[in-house]
Design a protein around this ligand. Structure first.
Ligand SMILES: Nc1ncnc2c1ncn2[C@@H]1O[C@H](COP(=O)(O)OP(=O)(O)O)[C@@H](O)[C@H]1O
Ligand SMILES: [Mg+2]
Length: 334
């Protein structure tokens, strides 16, 4: 068994390669951006690529390439069931509804008329989201009908850029104040007030649909459970000051006692039901009941090194450090 690995700096592939070296697993570095990628794979049995939601190139073709490679009988990571819905909250709404998963009630409209009718008949606050985006960048609280109407007009007008410069700049300042970003990073955000990102240019504006969720009040954190095969680990993320959004806050906790085992079981059961290799689930709680906000195959790397252990699918706790990216390789060569 020989694995092809597409290597990108600061991605899962750093650890995939180290693990292959350490375990003597046969691997080859390939370049998915090259026209001859299928030929490059001719002597390999599997392809692993940690493609990224904010890469202008990856989002153009990563899913298409991986699924094509799978069609030739080779294994892929992430596989179809793991990633077709990646960075697509609209896709996830349908998927989680279809399998009757406990999800925050979500709404999507493809005409202005239907969106306005809904806005006029529902209560507020609601949560507005673009279908794509991470670290809370494309998520906001809509407090009134008027605000929702403005968003609907924009969604069916010029649309939303994937890069909103002002909130991005203020978020960099917040991180700087908490010692989580450098002054240079703040400076980059300042420059970005005048020049949008390559990704936003390639992706174009999000338009022609609008997506909302019911707002679940009273959560000072969200809980992320990540399942990889038969193992799961968790992180609690606190919301930002005077905000309802946790994702990307950088304020995280890991003690086992913080996590409700029923929630971990839901994540295990759904991963099995969806036949996925690896899924991160973001949960909030409504009167004690866990509700999924979104799912994702990709996640940050170093922050999870602070986890104190993991559960297996029998819900036994394994105390100690671990490297989740190694489990991805194990799943691929299984
Ligand atoms: N419907 C909701 N009710 C309450 N809080 C929410 C809701 N949706 C999102 N949040 C908060 O906003 C954060 C970002 O939302 P999420 O859908 O996970 O987007 P992202 O892809 O940016 O992580 C979450 O971590 C959670 O704290
Ligand atoms: Mg999230």
């Amino acid at each position: 068994m020989k694995i092809a690995i597409h290597h990108t700096e600061v991605s899962f592939s750093d650890r995939w390669v180290s693990y292959c070296v350490q375990k003597n697993i046969s691997y080859k570095l390939v370049d998915c951006y090259k026209d001859n990628i299928i030929q490059q794979l001719s002597d390999c049995d599997a392809l692993m690529w940690h493609f990224h939601n904010a890469s202008p190139k990856d989002t153009l073709f990563a899913k298409q390439l991986l699924n094509s490679v799978a069609a030739s009988g080779k294994k892929i990571f992430p596989d179809y069931n793991t990633m077709w819905h990646f960075d697509d909250k609209v896709g996830q709404k349908y998927l989680l509804e279809a399998v009757a998963a406990p999800m925050v009630t979500s709404y999507v409209f493809y005409t202005k008329k239907e969106a306005i009718e809904w806005v006029n008949s529902t209560g507020f606050p609601k949560v507005f989201k673009l279908r794509s985006g991470a670290s809370s960048a494309n998520v906001r609280l809509v407090k009134s009908r008027q605000e929702a109407v403005r968003l609907v007009n924009k969604a069916f007008g010029k649309g939303f850029s994937q890069y909103d410069p002002w909130p991005n700049f203020t978020e960099r300042i917040r991180k700087f104040k908490h010692g989580k970003a450098s002054l240079f990073n703040v400076f980059k955000g300042f420059i970005r007030l005048f020049y949008t990102t390559e990704f936003a240019k390639v992706a174009g504006n999000e338009k022609g649909y609008i997506y909302f969720q019911d707002f679940i009040p009273g959560n000072d954190c969200d809980v992320r459970i990540i399942v990889i095969g038969q193992k799961a680990f968790a992180m609690q993320r606190m919301v930002r000051e005077n905000d309802f959004r946790a994702s990307g806050s950088g304020i995280t906790f890991y003690k086992r006692e913080l996590f409700d085992e029923q929630t971990v079981k839901i994540a295990f059961d759904l991963t099995r039901q969806l036949n996925a290799q690896c899924l991160a689930f973001d949960f909030v709680y409504k009167e004690g009941a866990p509700l999924i906000l979104e799912i994702s195959y990709g996640f940050a790397i170093q922050v999870y090194d602070a986890c104190e252990g993991y559960w297996d699918s029998e819900m036994n706790w394994h105390k100690g450090k671990f490297i989740p990216q190694n489990w991805m390789v194990d799943l691929t060569i299984k």
